[in-house]
Ligand binder design. Sequence first.
Ligand code: M6P
Ligand code: ZN
Length: 186
Amino acid sequence: MLLPEGVFIDGRSGAVPNANERYVKPVTELRGLYRDAAAFDAYVAQNPAAVGYEVAGFRREGADIFFGTTTMYPGKIGDEYFMTRGHYHVRRDCGEAYYTQSGNGVLLLQTREGETREVEMAPGICAFIPPDWAHRSVNTGAEPLVFAWFCQTTAGHDYADILTHGMRRLAVDRDGKLAIVPNPGF
Ligand code: M6P
Ligand code: ZN
């Protein structure tokens, strides 16, 4: 039988001591995500061990929902801030929620039909991600961006579309300020 429990989430570091799923995403595995391939190569040559983000998940066998944190480190490649890969859910009827606990960023969203939206990520803001909206988070600040996420266990990640085409809009640094611009490569 599934039993209720309280799960501690450290909103500063994103640590979830009782997490039973974890992974670290090194920047070297994010080749192709960034527009400026030369800047990417130069970055990884200089920072071969750099980590883009880490994910910790708390999942109980047989449960309908699971949750965890993503801790995104600050950084830039070319004029693009560090970001997640971005994905749709395999199950098109499953949304998600992202509750930002520390740091600053922006959540880029889009539909298959071409709608785009951005939601600010700042401490206290819980982003509602409706079903079938692709989502990518971007750390636009100088500190780690930590957010807790809540999702159905069966939602699944579908990376293919975003991996192949990228997202319609990019979060870039323009003279030290965040700008959301159309992706020229889309
Ligand atoms: C969020 C959640 C995770 C996701 C992670 C990294 O924490 O949506 O399910 O895996 O971000 O994003 P991505 O998988 O797109 O790289
Ligand atoms: Zn998701």
